[in-house]
Design a protein around this ligand. Structure first.
Ligand SMILES: Cc1ncc(COP(=O)(O)O)c(C=O)c1O
Length: 935
């Protein structure tokens, strides 16, 4: 047998042995062990190797996973219920979905290096606005069920918390109802209250309902309007291409899933949900919103609007806790609409509708009862005790129907359905399909008056589409070009072998509600992964359901709430949160019905233990939880972690551990051993799921045994209290993490050590040029560090923004800006970045400090220097006239690397933030904007 010369660990970890030696020398320690002993408090150290299988090679891991997944049985799904078979256009599959230029990008906070994905997200918003008829749409929520719950949140806040009833018109899908109930309970919101009155905050119209039927809800909508309640439509976006918009029917808000716009079912996710609102509700809208703005030269450019609100998630006044959402999948959905255009979408929708009507008419003709008279794609059939038998018969022909109850079975058609399917399904009921079915859609047929924007008409040929996707990707700076040193985000390698299983048909095409016997492989993989994550974090059980870190926080706090309640202590509702916490923490606490009490941090960035003690004492009788991030968002290992947990426990509280920074802990220490009761893990940080330009994410939680009974369940698994639409959340991307852990095994510890080494190396190189705001014992940081840039501002007027934008000229994505401290940069190099790339970043930051000195000394005027003018575009640098006091070369190639480096050119210069916030209404900019810009 031959052995590969390099293990996967060598592929994942950037610095080689010689680099590690050089980095240790620079830091001034003899070994990695010595550094880790200095940085990580002994009191929390795990003194044994992780109990994980020995590392497998890429080929071996793929082989094992493929064997496991071969136990999945993929039949053609007619289950529907929010999840539909799709044909992912190959041009999108290859050039977007499986393209690192798209999937390794970060959330587009730095607008100048994100114009490509911002444009595609703007397309998404335009698409949603056009389909719903509502003026403002956000760039994606997590799934349909949570989007419906977010819409309820908008309605409650719109009524300033003075109304608490939600009425239903038509029965929502079971998982949507499950999530609505979960989200309503802690906030005392009543769902399905009898009738509509002046305490009703909103009416939810399921359009169509869970049986696929469009009911007549005119009277309910009118009643809702008469008492000023908001009207929320939950609709299938594909159906909207051939019928009246929800806005024209009275909707104030519309939500739904964009899954069937070319995103595979993937056993439940990830997919993007949409949310559109009327103008008066814009500022209450959850998630991100792309706005059109102008750059420093007046050219059009996109940016995330209302960004300050989004980044801070407004703490306890949060609009929602959504941070990482589903950008990559929203981009796929938008690309699907760009590819098919309105006529193509209508063609697909009409074909599906004809199949459904063909079945319904055929069944009726044969005397078989079907529910309702108006439908889009789903036919629900009354079969008196025979539902299961008919579904079993359908399975023999490789088709899955939905058994609603003993007497009802439903059939949902999708773009993969054929005439042959229709015939075979009709035959199951002893009927023949009718070929010439007429439309049974409600409302008026849509003409061609929607999606008139050029982008939805210009990309019919694959050459055009391929180039469009390439053009957008080229505008952006993703991990496939350069390091993305974003603190608290862990932008590490997303290895190709980890990504491959996501596209396997026996993963991608599984319906989340397929019979359990059909998903044994993926369930086994999930169970194994849960076990590994439990071992890594020191917990008794793990659930994969939360589909982002924020949702993990929420699920964890609900578990804590459930635990207190089970002990007759439901009055415990105070949640202590350190001032340095990420905005999702207080937002999640507020959603879980808790009141936030802020705990101070000391000047050196640690939790102020005295303040914690005082607040825990003061709120002892009502203390529910402490949420704390470790190592802290200040980038240091606090010494008092165990003491912190003990204080909270002594007062009857539970410890919620925000695991966003697990990349500093894996293999070295475990939250469960430190004293946490529950912890979320951001698999899209530490465990290699790519960031996708702002999602997908996965936020599983680990819990101690006493919290296990309070974990989320799911209606499709025979329980309830779901926090996500699908029982295993974003199941199809879990193989990424499985592959990572399988290929690293106990060597995960080395990854952590190198991540800490890299951050400390950075501090050693940059410490003389910037002050490092917080350090732990012996002057060491954890896996990230915060550089204070305020001194440059004091001396030269150069702001943290100027530095971030100037880094673009050097070919870098800026570090995390002004979080958790204003005027600072938080840098996290990760273990995957080679030493040469970390050195390049250090050199750039040192050169920028020198440039600021030139401004300070008056060599360059404060209003005209390469920092305030950054970033520089080709148009400016090549312009005939050059009036600046620095050269074109200094502008564009500040590192002097022009001979060897492929230069990243930003497509726009600095974007005007204020203008972006003024332009929130969606509709694609006319093409003339671009041609003017190019002139
Ligand atoms: C410390 C911390 N906690 C929680 C979160 C929320 O995670 P997500 O964005 O997956 O919802 C983040 C995200 O960046 C974070 O940095």
């Amino acid at each position: 047998m031959t052995t590969a010369p390099y293990a996967f660990t060598d592929r994942h970890i950037g610095p080689g042995d010689d680099d590690v030696r050089a980095m240790l020398d620079r830091i001034g320690v003899a070994s990695l062990d010595e550094l880790i002993d200095q940085a990580v408090p002994k009191s929390i150290r795990l003194e044994r190797a992780l109990n994980l299988p020995a590392p497998a090679s890429e080929a071996q891991a793929l082989d094992e996973l493929s064997t496991t997944m071969s136990r999945n049985i993929v039949m053609k799904s007619f289950i529907g219920a929010g999840y539909h078979g799709v044909q992912v256009p190959p041009v999108i599959q290859r050039n977007l979905f499986e393209n690192p230029a798209w999937y390794t990008a970060y959330t587009p906070y730095q607008a100048e290096i994100s114009q490509g994905r911002l444009e595609m997200l703007f397309n998404f918003q335009t698409l949603v606005a056009e389909l719903t008829g509502l003026p403002v749409a956000s760039a994606s929520l997590l799934d349909e069920a949570t989007a419906a719950a977010e819409a309820v949140g908008i309605a409650i806040r719109h009524h300033r918390d003075k109304r608490n009833k939600i009425a239903l018109a038509g029965v929502p899908l079971p998982q949507t109802l499950d999530v609505l109930h979960t989200r309503a309970e802690p906030l005392d919101i009543e769902i399905n209250s009898d009738g509509i009155d002046d305490t009703t905050a909103a009416l939810i119209v399921s359009w169509p309902d869970a049986n696929g039927v469009y009911g007549d809800h005119k009277a309910a909508i009118e009643k809702a309007k008469s008492v000023d309640a908001l009207v929320i439509f939950v609709c299938d976006p594909l159906s909207l291409t051939i019928t009246s918009s929800p806005a024209s029917l009275g909707a104030d808000i519309a939500v739904g899933s964009m899954q069937r716009f070319g995103v595979p079912m993937g056993f439940g996710g990830p997919h993007a949900a949409y949310c559109a609102v009327s103008e008066k509700l814009t500022r209450l809208m959850p998630g991100r919103l792309v706005g059109q703005s102008v750059d420093a030269h007046g050219r059009p450019g996109f940016r995330l609007a209302l960004q300050t609100r989004e980044q801070h998630i407004r703490r306890d006044k949060a609009t929602s806790n959504i941070c990482t959402a589903q950008a990559l999948l929203a981009n796929m959905a938008a690309a699907y609409a760009v590819w098919h255009g309105p006529a193509g979408l209508q063609g697909i929708a009409s074909q599906i509708h004809a199949l459904a009507n063909g079945l319904a008419e055929g069944l009726s003709a044969a005397g078989v009862a079907v529910l309702g008279t108006s439908r889009f794609d789903t036919v629900t059939v009354e079969v008196k005790g025979k539902a299961q038998a008919i579904a079993s018969e359908a399975e023999k022909g490789n088709r899955l129907l939905r058994v609603i109850d003993a007497d009802h079975v439903s059939i949902a058609f999708d773009e993969t359905s054929t005439e042959a399917d229709l015939e075979a399904i009709a035959a199951l009921f002893g009927a023949k399909a009718k070929a010439s079915a007429t439309s049974t859609m409600p409302g008026k047929p849509r003409g061609r008056e929607f999606l008139t924007q050029a982008v939805f008409h210009e990309n019919r040929s694959e050459t055009d589409m391929m180039r469009y996707l390439r053009m957008l990707a080229d505008k952006d700076l993703a991990l496939d070009r350069a390091m993305i040193p974003l603190g608290s985000c862990t932008m590490k390698l997303n290895a190709a072998a980890e990504m491959m299983p996501v596209s396997w048909p026996n993963v991608a095409n599984l319906h989340p509600f397929a019979p359990k016997a059909h998903s044994l492989g993926i369930r086994d993989m999930i169970a194994e992964l849960e076990g590994w994550l439990a071992e890594i974090t020191g917990f008794d059980a793990v659930t994969m359901q939360p589909n982002a870190g924020s949702q993990g926080e929420y699920a964890g706090l609900l578990a804590i709430r459930g635990y207190h309640k089970s002990r007759g202590e439901e009055h415990r509702n105070i949640c202590l949160i350190p001032s340095s916490a990420h905005g999702t923490n207080p937002a999640s606490a507020a959603m879980a019905g808790m009141s936030v009490v802020v705990v101070r941090c000391t000047d050196d960035g640690n939790i102020d233990i005295n303040d914690l003690k005082a607040k825990a004492e003061k709120h002892s009788a009502n203390l529910a939880a402490l949420m704390f991030t470790y190592p802290s968002t200040h980038g240091v290992f606090e010494e008092g972690a165990k003491e912190i947990c003990t204080i909270v426990h002594e007062h009857g509280g539970q410890v919620y551990f925000d695991g966003a920074n697990l990349n500093a802990l894996v293999g070295l220490a475990r939250p469960g051993d430190i004293g946490a009761d529950v912890c979320h893990m951001n698999l899209h940080k530490t465990f290699c799921i790519p960031h996708g330009g702002g999602g997908p994410g996965v936020g599983p939680i680990g819990v101690k045994a006493h919290l296990v009974p309070h974990l989320p369940g799911h209606v499709s698994e025979g329980s309830n209290r779901a926090v996500s639409a699908a029982p295993f959340g974003s199941a199809s991307i879990l193989p990424i993490t499985w592959m990572y852990i399988r290929m690293m095994g106990p060597e995960l510890k080395k990854a952590t050590e190198i991540a800490i080494l890299s951050a400390n190396y950075l501090v050693a190189r940059l410490g003389n040029h910037y002050s490092v705001l917080y350090r732990g014992r012996g002057g060491r940081v954890a896996h990230e560090c915060i550089l204070d840039t305020r001194i440059l501002k004091d001396r030269s007027g150069i702001t943290v923004d100027d530095i971030a934008k100037r880094l673009i000229d050097y070919g870098f994505h800026a570090p995390t800006m002004s979080f958790p401290v204003a005027g600072t940069l938080m840098i996290e190099p990760t273990e995957s970045e080679p030493k040469a790339e970390v050195d390049r970043l250090c050199a750039a930051l040192i050169a920028i400090a020198d440039e600021a000195t030139k401004v300070e000394k008056g060599e360059w005027p404060a209003h005209d220097n390469p920092l305030v003018n950054a970033p520089h575009t080709t148009v400016e640098v090549l312009a005939g006239e050059w009036t600046h006091p620095y050269s074109r070369m200094e502008a564009a190639f500040p590192a002097g690397e022009f001979s060897s480096m492929v230069k990243y050119w930003p497509p726009v210069s600095r974007i005007d933030n204020v203008a972006g916030d003024r332009n929130l209404v969606c509709s694609c900019p006319p093409m003339s904007d671009y041609s003017e810009a190019a002139e």
